[in-house]
Design a protein around this ligand. Structure first.
Ligand code: PLP
Length: 397
């Protein structure tokens, strides 16, 4: 008889985006003429940089000839991309890494979920709350215990260092959903905690490219000792509009070792390599050529201009809503703005904005208990929609 992995039958039904879709559909049915603007889901709206599309077209052309055709690539990714990542994302910030420490993937979400394959089911998992749901769901699927660490206005949405022992800790800065960033000093406290308690940090820096303040670290490896306790996940999705193209990468330093259940210290890099070689056949040659072009002079300036476009949206949202008397957080080094709701109930404010302003946002309660009392607004809309949505919100208050 076949048995299902029962964790899937017990997993919390994630109703957030389904519930949003249901409420929007009901409103549309009752008000068919309404022009609804969504600043809810975190997908991008601006097209790919021309340097990227040209590189991908060239990669397609390569595959039309026998000499340049590319079939299965290396499971770890092509060296042309891995070496560009080392040079641009790390060496320029004084971090030294080698090509074998970089694993190219089809996006950060897959790796953030799949990393659990090489970690014991007995690990206690820590997540900052409110949280990007992937960390919670993938660990629930594996049957692990999850501890929520509240991130509040009082602690700058970075979470207090826990007094209890956490085995694996997810950190995400700049943060989705709060848009919060962490200082070097703040991140050092997490690294010190990890080194002291033998905790593995899974550091999600998918929004690193939105950091404008030079005091804010882009990588956890800017902190001494972190190569012995942290894996870093990055993505081209928000850096360069690859949400549909798919490309990301994971860094596992050679120094990183954790305990095996038999008591030995085991290096994680070769174990992840083994996992990838067995379960993953590499990201597509075309998307990797596109990602490589992000590091060209042209690709860099084009993708930076798009990031600036979103950051200007974020500033418009922040400035306008705070002038209207709302308390706003994030949006300065991140594409998300975290807004305290006038009344505590975030679904109530969601309904207010849908009905009075025809604007869709994301209720904070959907991201975890500490998200209640807030909504998330994304800066990934078009300028026109962003301005119109914010004007409508202001009028509705
Ligand atoms: N990490 C965070 C915090 C995200 O918000 C997202 C996407 O929204 C991802 C990772 C996933 O990125 P990718 O598109 O590379 O899978």
């Amino acid at each position: 008889m076949a048995y299902i992995n029962d964790n899937f039958t017990k997993i919390q039904h994630r109703y957030l985006f389904a519930e949003i879709a249901k409420r929007v559909a009901a409103y549309k049915e009752a008000n068919p003429a309404a022009k609804i603007i969504s600043l809810g889901i975190g997908d991008v709206t601006q097209p790919l940089a021309s340097a990227v599309t040209q590189a991908m077209k060239k990669a397609v052309d390569d595959c039309t000839t026998t000499q340049n055709f590319h079939g299965y690539g290396p499971e770890q990714g092509y060296d042309f991309l891995r070496s560009k990542i080392i040079e641009n994302d790390y060496a320029k910030r004084g971090i030294s890494l080698t090509v074998d420490e970089i694993f190219i993937s089809d996006g950060a979400k897959s790796d953030l979920g799949n990393i659990g394959d090489i970690l014991s089911v007995n690990n206690i998992i820590g997540v900052t709350d409110p949280v990007y749901p992937v960390y919670v769901d993938t660990n629930s699927m594996a049957g692990r215990t999850i501890k929520y660490i509240p991130c509040t206005a009082e602690n700058g949405f970075t979470g207090d260092i826990p007094s209890e022992k956490i085995d694996v800790m997810y950190l995400c800065f700049p943060n989705n959903p709060t848009g919060a960033v962490i200082t070097r000093q703040g991140l050092k406290q997490w690294v010190d905690y990890a080194l002291k308690n033998d905790t593995l940090i899974l550091y999600d820096s998918a929004y690193e490219a939105f950091i404008t303040d030079p005091a804010i670290p882009h990588s956890i490896y800017e902190i001494d000792g972190s190569k012995e306790c942290a894996i870093e996940f990055r993505s081209f999705s928000k850096t360069a509009g690859f949400t549909g193209i798919r490309c990301g990468y994971t860094v596992i330093p050679n120094e990183l070792k954790i305990q095996s259940e038999s008591g030995k210290r085991v290096a994680l890099n070769p174990v992840w390599n083994r996992r990838q070689c067995s379960k993953f056949n590499g990201a597509s040659y075309i998307s990797q050529r596109g990602a490589e072009a992000v590091f060209s002079a042209e690709g860099y300036s084009q993708t930076r201009a798009t990031i600036q476009y979103y950051l200007t949206n974020a500033q418009i949202i922040r400035d306008s809503l705070s002038k209207s008397g709302l308390e706003v957080f994030g949006g300065e080094n991140a594409p998300y703005i975290w807004v305290r709701t006038p009344e505590h109930d975030s679904w109530k404010f969601f309904d207010h904005l849908l009905h009075r302003a025809q604007v869709v946002v994301t209720p904070g309660a959907g991201f975890g208990p500490s998200g209640e009392g807030y909504i998330r607004i994304t800066a990934f809309g078009t300028r026109e929609n962003t301005k119109e949505a914010i004007e409508r919100i202001e009028r509705s208050l």
